[in-house]
Ligand binder design. Structure first.
Ligand code: ATP
Ligand code: MG
Length: 293
């Protein structure tokens, strides 16, 4: 399987992120998910087979599922004829979306105490200034899901958690309260659904944008890149459960002793293949559909 790690389309490029490349398409944007993989904010030189397709198809699944809850940026996943059959094989990895003005907040929702949230809780008893009950264990389900946004870092910076007061200062109280409410509602609906598929949605990150005076859901949504998904059967309080996200790759490169500074290390064929399989398994578990290779 040929991987797509970059694209060069005959359209005006708007931006090139760690994973996605955005182009202008008439008044809309064409959002193309490549097979690039990043961990610790560094992009690997090798692609992960099918990853861009999995990210696009999982996002599409969730945008559809959430239709009654939140308006999203998606217009179509059909390619305009002039972009079909290109060398980059854009089929199933490109999405035509409304061009919004991104809101400068990474809208993180946590239903479980894990990762950076767990670290912060151990030090301070709170996460993003939200006080939590004492005595919680690692990976424990929180009494209720919490909204713990962070700044949208510029290139080279890391996202920083913000308190409610800081968040309201950054985007304004009205927008803050709106994206908070939307984020919690989406998380709840998605987590409830995922559980019926034997999957725990531990935490996730949303991005919103403003389009014609309305706040809409943009970017990718509820993918293994933006979310922490655990198989419910392997879940145990007090331990960090295995997940469908990049933890597998993170563990591998940490074992190699990589200092997390660019360039990223080379991944073995086996790690690449296993990572690809994890993404595909996540797609199949969540959507209940067989992934077409
Ligand atoms: N509908 C939209 N309108 C405008 N911008 C969008 C829309 N959807 C997504 N974006 C932006 O496109 C970019 C997607 O690229 P990608 O996710 O690869 O970036 P990234 O490396 O994660 O960096 P970033 O921190 O900017 O998200 C993001 O910056 C996101 O905010
Ligand atoms: Mg992104």
């Amino acid at each position: 399987m040929k991987t797509i790690t970059e694209t060069n389309l005959p359209l005006k490029r708007v931006s090139s992120g760690k994973v996605r490349e955005m182009y202008e398409l008439d008044e809309d944007l064409l959002m193309v998910a490549t097979d690039r993989l990043s961990a610790f904010d560094v992009v690997f030189s090798q692609g992960i087979p099918y990853k861009g397709i999995v990210l696009t198809e999982i996002s599409k699944f969730w945008f559809d599922y959430l239709e009654g809850v939140v308006k999203s940026h998606i217009k179509s996943i059909d390619l305009p004829p002039e972009l079909q059959n290109r060398e980059e094989a854009l089929e199933r990895r490109a999405m035509r979306v409304l061009r919004a003005t991104p809101i400068k907040l990474e809208c993180v929702v946590r239903g479980y105490l894990v990762g950076s949230g767990w670290k912060e809780y151990q030090k301070s008893g709170s996460v993003c200034s939200i006080k939590l009950p004492a005595g919680l264990k690692q990976a424990q389900k929180l009494p209720e899901a919490i909204f713990t946004p962070s700044t949208k870092a510029e290139i080279g910076e890391h996202d920083m958690n913000v308190s409610e007061r800081e968040g309201r200062e950054i985007v304004g109280k009205e927008i803050y309260d709106d994206v908070r409410e939307k984020s919690l509602a989406i998380y709840q609906k998605a987590a409830d659904y995922a559980l019926t598929k034997g999957i725990i949605l531990a935490d996730t990150k949303f991005e919103f944008g403003i389009y014609e005076d309305e706040i809409i859901l943009i970017d990718e949504v509820l993918t293994p890149d933006s979310s922490r998904y655990w198989p419910a059967s392997k879940y145990e309080e007090g331990t960090s459960p295995p997940s469908y996200d990049k933890q597998y790759v993170r563990d591998y490169v940490e074992k190699l002793g990589w200092d997390k500074k660019p360039p990223a290390p080379q991944l073995s064929d086996e790690v690449i293949k296993n990572t690809s399989e994890k993404y595909i398994e996540c797609y199949e578990r969540i959507t209940g559909r067989k992934f077409e290779r």
